[in-house]
Design a protein around this ligand. Sequence first.
Ligand SMILES: Nc1ncnc2c1ncn2[C@@H]1O[C@H](COP(=O)(O)OP(=O)(O)OP(=O)(O)O)[C@@H](O)[C@H]1O
Ligand SMILES: [Mg+2]
Length: 441
Amino acid sequence: MQYELPAVGIDFGTTNSSMALVTQDARVQLASFPTSGADTLSYRSVLYLEQVKQESGARRTHSWTGPAAIEHYLEAEEKGRLIQSLKSNLPSRTLTGTGIFGRRYMFEDLVSRILSDLRKHAERQFGTPIRHAMVGRPVRFVGAETDEDDAYAVSRLRDAFAIAGFESVEFEMEPVAAAYSYESTLDHDELILIGDFGGGTSDFSLLRVGPGVRRRGRTPQDILGNSGVGLAGDAFDARIVRKLVSPALGSDSYARSLNKILPAVPAWIYANLERWHYLSFLRTHDVTEILRSARLRALEPEKIKALTALIEEDLGYQLHQAVQRVKFELSYSHTAEFRFSDGSMELHIPVTRGDFEAWIADELRAIQRCIDSLFETSGILPCEVDRVFLTGGSSFVPAVRRIFATRFGEDRIRNGNEFTSVAHGLALRAEESLRSVCSPG
Ligand SMILES: Nc1ncnc2c1ncn2[C@@H]1O[C@H](COP(=O)(O)OP(=O)(O)OP(=O)(O)O)[C@@H](O)[C@H]1O
Ligand SMILES: [Mg+2]
């Protein structure tokens, strides 16, 4: 791999992306992105496409990414297509592209729109062209079952970077990158466990880091193992929708059909609510007909009316925001209220942290199994770990942190830079890679 200055790290996240650069005087600088409010260090990994009518009457498709995508989406009277969690589709061989406003877009092109805007923002801020980068990848992509699936996802991501104007990129595991970031705070060597909990994936690495390791030169044996599972914050959100939102919109409701009592609305419609950006796919004639007839026969027609309004008004984003709000509140408080209005129904539903933890119990177990397998395959014992570093937005979930507190004790846990540690570490990794290429011998 030929590296050229500047040393750049890019964390293309399922929910948020970030970017960092190591300056000539060895300082790490994070890219910051303008929003209508304050600048932020993390860039929402979203893409919005909208048809804009021109003076001639012809329609042209415009697209925006990051905070501008959300702002344009919210301002638009006639909503276009807001797409998020693109990273989670990278391993899918069936999803090669999608039709938007009568035009077919290759999946890699959609991803590249976000990467290209990230690059341009950073170039403006740092005043230097950016053509090479160290890029993060999860240990296991969402939905990937085999190493081949992961390799396929990486190759598509590489293609998207090429389309976005990068001449070369190198990949590093996201938790290993987070370890580099944590290591930069150390004045002694440690054996650490990293847990990076994002929107799509939960990733783990066991490794030796520290100034002594750096001085003697890293060896492959310093990485004792990596493991990952394709579920995190998005999966928690989906559970909140299934257990809290969908029942309020009739998922447990019944309808009279001749002499029988049957579910009022087919389950697949609610499955689409769980991935909020699929909600716009429900605005079809067939679904309208299903809901109209369900409402006439339903035992609780007001719930079906609320579901219909949600779909017709295309309120997927607003629903997702309400779900995020209640999830965030439960990270800091034991009780919260889910609040959402779709014009037809005002939902005010009290929720406890205990409810939420029961809803995500399967996901928490899968995360625990993933950590167990890391220790089994590496042959390391939990008591040998000096520190556990937790990062990523979903590490704020108390039940996630408790998994580690129970096994390792609170005093061994550190956390921080939840949204930037991976990009920060990737930039350090890029710089190290650059130095090893440039150093004699
Ligand atoms: N305070 C909070 N409590 C609970 N969850 C939170 C909190 N803040 C952020 N999150 C969740 O963290 C996730 C985003 O975290 P992050 O930005 O680290 O993910 P990402 O890097 O984009 O995803 P990935 O690493 O999986 O590709 C979202 O699911 C978000 O809802
Ligand atoms: Mg991440």
